[in-house]
Design a protein around this ligand. Structure first.
Ligand code: NOJ
Ligand code: NOJ
Length: 441
């Protein structure tokens, strides 16, 4: 089951990157898969350009149903695709995946909840499932801005009729960031594809402008509030979008994005908790948000926003104290970390979701933060690389030889648990691998 641990870390990583790239590609345009859910009257055939969060998902007590296109996950997978293009792996395939993703995403913007109202068909849904359905009023209301607040859609491009933690406001910002980064590498060759891309970016920037700093659900889809992750990726998307509009000669439209980003800066600063020395992940009226301890969402936000310097970048010392607080927490929190060379990271203390175990995306993010910090701090580069390597050395013991990456690792045994082959886990590995390559170069 486990890896040949005698293999040098970088050799193992190169192999795992290939394997993750192949598994990620299977989640995009998975048109040969089908999810049949008769009890819900559904047969879902993924559409071209869709990204399934976990294509092997089973509906069972022990696994969540991740056969959906999430805005957040799909944008991060496209970001990993861009990384693969830069590193020369399957570049033509990922360019095509991205064009298809843009076309599919534009289709989603045209969803109108009124055509998904269940009406009398509700009575045909299996009695045990009816409690999970959204009301017809809620479904019909999904129009205008509520469409992009949906967070996830069926992989065939239809509305998700199940109740979920909505609204979420990070998805359009993440999609804009991924799309702008693709565009910076050169527009799609085909004029129609270039036009679609520009339309999608404008849609996402306008949405982000209107919902900047607004309460929504967090990336863990659990709590309605103002969240560090969401606010930070919104800030980064607005800034990057402003530069794009400026370069396009649209100064006034750029100014609007700058102004909105400017309103977010004090909100972001307010997440810092000096007494506990970490960035809080959320601000919820009437709650002591620091008491729940540090949350890996902060590190994910810093990486996904990708600010080059200043506050909330990896050049911000307060980000590093937050990373340290997380390391201290998880090092003692999970049995598996006792005596280990490096820490496996989870989401936050008190996480109950599918056992609240260490997560691949959180652990890879911690390592990636170290590698990217090495690039920023040549004097401390060796120490940062060594720290990232310790984290990856600790987790690679649990990665099976076939390269599968689940969502979580059981906290005492390291066994894969919750969703199997989570696309985001593979994407997070790829960006960590890329960061290490830049660090050692
Ligand atoms: C659960 C995670 O909390 C959320 O961030 C993610 O979007 C979904 N799983 C799908 O991977
Ligand atoms: C919804 C559940 O209520 C929550 O506990 C969980 O973390 C998220 N789904 C994961 O996406």
């Amino acid at each position: 089951m486990s890896n040949s641990e005698d293999m040098p870390l970088d050799v193992w990583m190169d192999g795992q990157a290939r394997s993750s790239a192949a598994k990620l590609a299977l989640a995009v345009s998975a048109t040969s898969l089908v999810k049949a859910w008769p009890g819900l009257l559904q047969t879902i055939h993924p559409a071209k350009g869709s990204v399934v969060a976990a294509p092997q998902t089973l509906r069972s007590e022990s696994e969540p149903d991740y056969f959906f296109h999430w805005l957040r996950d799909s944008a991060l997978i496209m970001q990993a695709g861009l990384t693969l293009i830069r590193r020369g792996i399957d570049a033509a395939l990922w360019r095509q995946c991205f064009d298809d993703f843009v076309a599919f995403s534009l289709g989603l913007t045209r969803i109108d909840g009124r055509s998904f109202v269940l009406g009398e068909r509700r009575a045909l849904v299996a009695p045990g499932l009816r409690q999970y359905l959204r009301s017809d009023e809620e479904i019909a209301a999904v129009q205008g801005d509520l469409v992009a607040s949906e967070a996830r859609y069926n992989a065939d491009g239809t509305l998700d009729v199940l109740q979920w933690g909505r609204p979420q406001h990070d998805g359009p910002a993440l999609r804009a960031l991924a799309a702008l980064r693709f565009l910076e590498r050169g527009p799609p060759a085909e004029p129609a594809a270039a036009q679609r891309l520009a339309t999608l970016i404008e849609y996402d920037l306008d949405y982000t402008c209107r919902h900047a700093g607004a309460p929504g659900h967090d990336i863990w889809e659990e709590a309605l509030g103002v969240h560090y992750y969401t606010t930070l990726v919104q800030f980064a998307a607005l800034k990057r979008g402003a530069s794009w509009r400026e370069a396009d000669g649209r100064g006034e439209a750029a100014e609007q994005l700058h102004r909105t980003a400017g309103r977010l800066a004090p909100l972001l600063a307010d997440f810092w908790c000096a007494e506990r020395a970490f960035y809080r992940s959320r601000r919820i009226e009437g709650q002591d948000d620091a008491a729940r301890g540090p949350d890996s969402a902060v590190i994910l936000g810093v990486l996904h926003a990708g600010l080059e310097d200043g506050d909330h970048s990896l050049g911000d010392p307060e980000v590093h104290t937050t990373l340290q607080a997380l390391d201290d927490l998880f090092a003692t929190h999970y049995a598996i970390n006792a005596g280990s060379v490096g820490t496996l990271f989870g989401r936050y203390r008190g996480d109950q979701y599918f056992g609240g175990n260490p997560w691949y995306i959180c652990t890879f993010a911690a390592a990636e933060a170290c590698y990217r910090s090495a690039v920023l701090n040549p004097d401390a580069a060796d120490a940062f690389i060594a720290r990232g390597d310790r984290i990856l050395t600790a987790i690679r013991r649990f990665v099976p030889r076939c390269g599968d990456l689940s969502e979580q690792l059981e906290r005492a045994s390291g066994a894969e648990t919750s969703a199997r082959n989570l696309s985001w886990s593979h994407a997070a590995f790829i960006t960590a691998w890329d960061a290490r390559k830049s660090a050692v170069a």
